[in-house]
Design a protein around this ligand. Structure first.
Ligand code: XMP
Length: 326
């Protein structure tokens, strides 16, 4: 019979048998899957595991701290944060087209990860050959769909990573391959992964980069981060986290509208709320949030987030709209 305890014991045994005394690396995204996969591997082989967390500058408020403090420190897992925000922002300069953004973010992510690996290998010197394994948070639905989501932030098939010596390839460790998301969450809880991470709603690999309609700049990211934080705070306070699948918050950076605040005319940008209910993200309905909650969100955003003078609600189901705007 399925119990999370059984699965953990079984996987710990399997990981130990596979890895032996070699070194393992893992790219953490801050999401549920990679966090739980790394926690399992850490339980099995402890400090033989090194995690990388690439900060691409497209994260939401508090996400980096969540990984560094709530996750790494509280679980005793070695996490190396690599701040690559300049690399990503430079590469995204002048780009508005959604697919172009996605390709750039995917490409830079892989480059960042490769650079991190090269550095680790250089530091390891003669022991570099001991780094043989790469952890991936692949789930059963990913296996079935072979490849899973459209994004590349999971670098799903990059076990043979370019830019490394030819004879040095990584063998994958995929301890969640037989599991569904709810089972992964249960195992995460058993392993002591913080609830904030275990219960996290889906967030796309390209991050806020595909929630700014128009060019991605640092200032626009700051604007969106501020609005997004207010939305998340209010949804949680209203007890809506269970009901909604996720609520993308989108900045229409290429659109301006006239407003009035105090005695002054403003010419600012709209923020779009995209609350959706869904089983699997393949289809979705827009969530009927209470009007007073919408009013609170709108007031707080327009009062405190500079540049934003309008909040609008996306009431489109999927299909025809996708969940994300890009
Ligand atoms: P769409 O916009 O296609 O989104 O309706 C469906 C689900 O997938 C998430 N999403 C992504 N996840 N990398 C990811 O890891 C991506 O590039 C990506 N694009 C969309 C989206 O948040 C929703 O949950």
């Amino acid at each position: 019979t399925w119990t999370s305890g059984n699965i953990i014991d079984e996987q710990v045994e399997k990981i130990r048998a596979q890895v032996g005394d070699k070194q393992v690396i893992c790219a953490l995204s801050g999401g549920v899957d990679s966090s739980v996969a790394a926690a399992l591997v850490h339980k099995a082989v402890g400090d033989q595991l090194t995690c990388f967390f690439i900060d691409h500058g497209l994260l939401r408020a508090g996400e980096r701290e969540q990984v560094e403090q709530d996750y790494a420190s509280s679980m005793g897992i070695k996490v190396v944060t690599i701040d690559e925000s300049k690399r990503f922002l430079d590469a995204l300069a002048g780009v508005s087209e959604p697919e172009a953004k996605r390709k750039i973010i995917g490409r830079e992510f892989i480059r960042s990860f490769e650079a991190a690996q090269r550095q680790l290998l250089a530091e390891a010197g003669d022991n570099a050959k001991d780094i043989e394994f790469l952890v991936q948070g692949t789930l059963y639905p990913d296996v079935v769909e072979s490849g899973g989501g459209e994004g590349t932030a999971n670098i799903k098939s990059h076990h043979n990573v370019g830019g490394l010596p030819d004879d040095l390839t990584f063998e994958l460790v995929e301890p969640l391959r037989d599991l569904f998301k709810d089972e992964v969450r249960e195992i995460g809880r058993q392993l002591g992964v913080p609830e904030k991470i275990v219960a996290r709603q889906p967030f796309p690999g390209p991050g806020l980069g595909i929630r700014i309609i128009g060019e991605v700049t640092f200032d626009r990211l700051e604007t969106l981060r501020a609005a997004d934080l207010i939305v998340r705070e209010e949804l949680t306070a209203a007890g809506m986290d269970e009901e909604i699948w996720q609520c993308p918050v989108v900045l229409l950076a290429d659109v301006r509208s006239v407003g009035v605040q105090g005695d002054g005319r403003t010419y600012g940008h709209p923020i779009v709320l995209r609350p959706v209910s869904s089983e699997d993200a393949m289809t979705a309905d827009w969530t009927r949030l209470p009007y007073d909650l919408l009013a609170r969100i709108s007031n707080r955003i327009t009062n405190s987030v500079e540049e934003v003078n309008r909040v609008v609600l996306d009431c489109t189901s999927k299909p025809p709209g996708t969940i994300e705007w890009e």
